[in-house]
Design a protein around this ligand. Sequence first.
Ligand code: TYC
Length: 107
Amino acid sequence: MGHSSDDESIGGGVAVQESKPELKKPSLYKVVLLNDDYTPMDFVIDVLARFFAMSEDKATQIMLHVHTRGVGVCGVYSKEIAETKVQMVNDYSRDHQHPLMCAMEED
Ligand code: TYC
């Protein structure tokens, strides 16, 4: 009854190994838009505003960057969010018969 001599509560020094947190840094991915010769500029601006929450001014700036440089970054996201953005943009462009292409690359 009560406390026996091998009870931890007496202060028998039970060591508890602190485990280091096994948290990997989540990889980030850039979602990029590629230029082409056919997609109307207004459609690209609409896509950037619709899927990347950009203002009209910011979307115009990014669209012109892609138009002149060939490629531009729409945003940086976790893998799953980036994959979803790419799929949504490419589905939307295909549904509207435009060849606009969105892709992702590790940041
Ligand atoms: N180059 C296209 C045009 O002249 C416009 C455009 C911009 C297309 C950006 C795609 O990702 C793009 N109509």
